[in-house]
Ligand binder design. Structure first.
Ligand code: PGA
Length: 237
């Protein structure tokens, strides 16, 4: 198994486009997951079968009931998702998701056995205080979460901007995250890097020992690029 490549399709693709994507890349390619909109979970699940995990990008903080417009952990699980992203910076910043909301979502994910890809990262203004920003985001985790949790370090200033964090930035941030988790929970945790990862820069990022994989937005929408990222992630080991 190579390092992990996770696609974050964000709010992109119709069912037809998702199916076309799946027919255009080698589903046996390696170690990857596709996190997509709720409408795409079932069609992507049907295309990938037992080859890979399909994931949601968010779940509701409540279990079920009068929450118009929300989608529950039970629903995404029922559609075929084994995993969900939580705490992506677009959710934190555009939809004002707080640590309290995320704590509730983690509890629901645990209850339904969904693996969580928990995103942390600092804005450009916060970069000088990176340790306290990351620790504040990590502090809501409990020992129970860590059984099946992956953390994604995504500097907000590198998401969708074409600006990739330097090797030094990635080493510093991943060390903060891994040390924090080890110190407080005694666990080793897998940490992905995310932020403008593309075929041209993936090898340099994935070859770093502290990087267990990548979370990819823009470049994951194209099946040729996505396949090439998975190939690179297989080769770095
Ligand atoms: P990007 O997005 O690869 O387009 O920068 C990454 C993400 O937001 O997960």
């Amino acid at each position: 198994m190579g390092k992990l490549v996770v696609a974050n399709w964000k709010m992109n693709k119709t069912i037809g486009e998702a199916e076309e994507f799946c027919s255009h890349f080698d589903k046996r390619a390696g170690n990857y997951m596709i996190c997509c909109s709720a409408t795409l979970i079932k069609p992507v699940f049907d295309c990938l079968k037992d080859r890979s995990k399909v994931g949601a990008q968010n779940i509701c903080a409540y279990e079920e009931g009068a929450y118009t417009g929300e989608i529950s952990a039970k629903m995404v699980k029922d559609a075929g998702a084994d995993v969900t992203i939580l705490g992506h910076s677009e959710r934190r910043h555009i939809f004002n998701e707080t640590n309290d909301d995320l704590r509730k979502k983690l509890d629901i994910a645990n209850k339904y056995g969904l693996q969580v890809i928990f995103c942390v990262g600092e804005t450009l203004e916060e970069h000088d205080n990176i340790e306290s920003v990351l620790v504040n985001q990590l502090e809501i985790l409990t020992k129970e979460d860590l059984g099946n949790l992956i953390i994604a370090y995504e500097p907000v200033w590198a998401i969708g901007t074409g600006k990739v964090a330097t090797e030094e930035d990635i080493l510093v941030a991943h060390k903060i995250v891994k040390d924090y988790v080890k110190r407080n929970y005694g666990n080793d945790v897998k940490v992905l890097y995310g932020g403008s990862v593309k075929p041209e820069n993936a090898a340099e990022i994935l070859k770093l020992n502290c990087v267990d994989g990548v979370l990819v937005g823009g470049a994951s929408l194209d099946p040729v690029k996505f396949e090439s990222l998975i190939k690179t992630a297989n080769e770095v080991l």
